[in-house]
Design a protein around this ligand. Structure first.
Ligand SMILES: [Zn+2]
Length: 238
């Protein structure tokens, strides 16, 4: 769903400031959206916080690629220090005003995604322009909810169970080496989760994958998308 979610999220998440943090044996750059200090506008600095969960990142440049004083290092520092802000109409977006996902729910295929299935709590769509076969987006289908913490316990359990069921179906159909689950919504704050299959030959093995590495300008051929959607549908509804 490149136009509605991928590009939108990309603007908010992928272009966020980054910070150098260790992940396992390597150091990677992860977006400020995952770092509460940076999200509040605190300048980037190197920190050691191995306890923090890593989601996805703009880049997986190793620390050796961002040596202080190097061109890349300087660019990263300037980027991290840039004055970034939330959209002017952020409060309205959070409240669901003119929410494009609310408008898309229940409407089936569109230019960005192919409908896979509809569960009790969420709808499942296959991203048209992903470079990663099986990339699905799970969308909360009962009105506008921005934060998963606003779901009641039954809703929360139902939503995440359906997200995980999609993960199982993608794993069975596409055999990725790993699945990533991204619940972001920093541009369109309607609860949705990207279920991202990671492959042995993808561009960022062992770390977060960049948005630009996940999406293509050209969609997957229609017939292939519908074949994939049908096989996932079968797994989700059996
Ligand atoms: Zn909405």
């Amino acid at each position: 769903m490149q136009g509605l979610l991928a590009v939108a999220d990309r603007a908010a998440e992928d272009d966020e400031a980054v910070i150098d943090k260790p992940v396992h044996e390597r150091r990677v750059l992860i977006p400020a959206v995952l770092d509460p200090d940076l999200a509040r506008g605190v300048p980037a600095r190197a920190v050691h916080q191995p306890h923090r969960e890593i989601g996805h990142g703009r880049s997986v440049l190793a620390a050796t690629d961002i040596r202080p004083g190097s061109a890349v290092g300087q660019a990263v520092v300037e980027w991290a220090m840039a004055d970034r802000g939330w959209p002017e109409d952020w409060d309205e977006r959070m409240a669901g005003r003119e929410c494009p996902i609310c408008a898309a729910v229940g409407q089936g295929d569109n230019d960005f995604w192919v409908a896979v299935s509809s569960g009790e709590f969420a709808e499942v769509y296959l991203e048209r322009r992903s470079r990663l076969p099986g990339y699905c987006i799970v969308v909360w289908r009962h009105g506008h909810i921005a934060e998963p913490a606003d779901l009641n316990p039954g809703q929360a359990c139902g939503y995440w169970e359906e997200v995980l069921a999609v993960g199982r179906a993608v794993r069975e159909r596409f055999d990725p080496v790993k699945l990533n689950y991204l619940t972001l919504g920093n541009t369109i704050p309607h609860l949705h989760t990207h279920v991202v299959p990671r492959y042995r030959d993808d561009p960022a093995p062992g770390g977060p994958i960049a948005w630009e590495a996940m999406f293509s300008s050209d969609p997957v051929p229609e017939a292939e998308l519908h074949r994939q959607a049908a096989s996932l549908r079968l797994l989700l509804t059996r």
